[in-house]
Design a protein around this ligand. Structure first.
Ligand SMILES: [Zn+2]
Length: 273
């Protein structure tokens, strides 16, 4: 009998050891350590996402006599390529205006006219901008250094650049700043807009240029016209571009560095069909 009782006790103990945990225990009362870890979010279903277009960024296209970079930026990918060039003369409003125009386009990616591709060279003459001079570091007026038919190293005495003692360079395209633009022009532009100051007018040259200047004039209020000393200029970009490419060139003679709404609309109009 004692043996039987001991055997029963042993069986009871074994059953207790093998008993499953209480199925009715409150899960909230369980210690945190044994809570199941959070399951990771299910992997997202892969979808075909378009490759994002990289944001426009300034790229170096050449260097000045003193090694300063000449930079350009591109907006849009349309077929109508239009080039804006600021800061050919370092002591004018062209460079700050070109920068302001680029800033506006960076902030308004939808602002590029449909079908257009806007290229902006911020400052063709960074040495001149730094020193606040018209010429580059070698005393060359870059806007007299282009290989137009009229090029001459010695400038006409009636040209204000000659009165300042500047030259057209030792040969057409002798200056690295000019060559940087000449290389860039090979991209094939339908129009060119040079940003200068401070005559307060829109000068035009080349086929269709007058019509384009009139369209811009209506928006910004600057009259179309020519500089008084226009006939005495040798080797300018405004002469070279239509001669070489048969396309219109507009020279904006600004009155300030401020990108007014009217001026912005006029510049954008230069990039409309
Ligand atoms: Zn100028």
């Amino acid at each position: 009998m004692v043996i039987a009782a001991m055997a029963l006790l042993a069986l009871t103990a074994a059953a207790a050891a093998a008993a499953p945990p209480d199925a009715h225990a409150d899960p909230a009362a369980a210690p945190l350590a044994v809570m199941p870890p959070d399951l990771p979010d299910p992997a997202p279903t892969p979808t075909a996402t378009p490759t994002p277009t990289p944001a426009p960024a300034w790229k170096t296209i050449g260097h000045s006599v003193k090694g300063r970079p000449i930079k350009a930026i591109v907006f849009g990918d349309g077929a109508l390529k239009v080039l804006f060039i600021g800061g050919t003369h370092g002591n004018e409003y062209g460079a700050p205006l070109a920068k302001a125009f680029a800033r506006w386009l960076l902030a308004h990616p939808g602002g590029v006219p449909e079908g257009a591709q806007i290229h902006i060279i911020r400052c063709q003459n960074p040495d001149g901008l730094w020193a606040w001079t018209r010429a580059n570091a070698r005393g060359v007026d870059l806007n007299r250094n282009y290989p137009a038919r009229s090029w001459s190293s010695r400038l006409d005495p009636r040209d204000p650049s000659a009165m300042m003692g500047l030259t057209g360079g030792s040969r057409p395209g002798s200056e690295p700043e000019t060559r940087a633009v000449l290389r860039y022009l090979k991209k094939g532009f339908a129009r060119l807009v040079g940003l200068h100051s401070s005559a307060g007018l829109l000068d035009w040259n080349g086929p269709g240029a007058k019509r384009l200047a009139l369209r811009m004039s209506r928006l910004c209020g600057l009259p179309i016209g020519h500089l008084g000393y226009q006939p005495y200029i040798h080797g300018s970009l405004g002469q070279f571009f239509p001669e070489r490419y048969g396309k219109p060139a507009i020279t904006v003679e600004l009155l300030s560095a401020k990108l007014t709404r009217g001026l912005r609309l006029a510049l954008l109009a230069a990039a409309r069909r």
